[in-house]
Design a protein around this ligand. Sequence first.
Ligand code: NIG
Ligand code: FE
Length: 418
Amino acid sequence: MSSSVFIKNIARLLQVEQNPPFEMARRGTEMKQLPSIDHAFLLIENGNIADFGSMEQYPTVPSYYTVIDAKGGYVLPTWCDSHTHIVFAATREEEFVYKIQGMSYEDIAAKGGGILNSARKLQAMSEDELFEQALHRLRRLIALGTGAIEIKSGYGLSTDAELKMLRVIRRLKAAVPIPVKATFLGAHAFPQAYRHNRNGYIRLIIEEMLPQIAAEQLADYCDVFCDKGFFTPEESNEILQAARRYGLKAKVHANELGITGGVQVAVENAAISADHLECMDEAAIAALANSDTFATLLPACAFFLGLSYAPARQLMEANVPIAIASDFNPGTSPTGNMNFVVSLACIKMKMLPEEAINAATLNGAAAMELQHECGTIARGKRGNVIITKPIPALAYLPYNFGDTSIARVLINGSEWLG
Ligand code: NIG
Ligand code: FE
């Protein structure tokens, strides 16, 4: 199919922005807004959104356009998944069974399971095999409506293996037609050999990994797992400040397992986002409210681990911009299905459908600094859209959890055929 395509008979075109300057993000009560046009058309030219409007203003369609009849489906921008770990060597269903039997995530990690288990397997796998596996996952995610994604390293935990992961992510960037952002997460866990030499591992990250990553331009961001049992705020600050000197902005895994200052570390380091936030207090909410840092909530992780959910409503009331993301990884969220994540945001975090869709589109894009090219239906942005089957109402999308309402996915105006 050509990338110049005319979509007609759209029952509702969601998340439209008529005129520049386009919004950077939505926060607070703005998150309830999802501007839309009923009975609409959408024109994508050379991969980018060229025009849209009511079917009453249906233009004459030149013969070189491919015409798609949406047949009464809705059209919305593809999901922007701003937090994933899709490069991994093996799934961890044995730990899933331990959890059913009563072990906690921390118990499993303390026994050498968890991230260290993934690191052992990843270190032993070739770059080519990791790439093939991750590409397979990524292609599947695009079919599920993901049109922009962030991918982290962090299962290497040695210089060679972290660089291998980041090179895999670089190859993924070149292999798929959607924007991919790479995040260095060397500070995901302390390797076994450094358990009693934490400073030694931090020196390795700062003095060996970061310079090579910067030299090869392998990462866009630097993340740290600043949480109970993992990296302290002081250790996290040191790493994020060093990363900043190499031009890498911060993202932080914060407040998943405890209230240990991760959110404050994110804010102090002007992080793009503080992610997880299952364990929050007033001080952490206030810190975010007085910053430009996004709260990226990962309800599939809370669901899978049986954690309490992040306080989405309180964060919105505090005017904090919220993104939602899948956290796709083998230990805490073995799904990257953003349709399910949007449902969970509504069902478990009591976000309204409009709020959840904003969090998974425009705000997700902004949490990867991609809001200028993705996240809304606006002229000049990428023609990355989901066309749904005919649905009775917007709320049906998250309501219909566990199934899919997607009929087609277009990436840069071309139908994604897997
Ligand atoms: O985002 N919380 C830390 N890191 C990942 C999980 C990593 C793992 O268990 O493999 C997360 O949930
Ligand atoms: Fe994560």
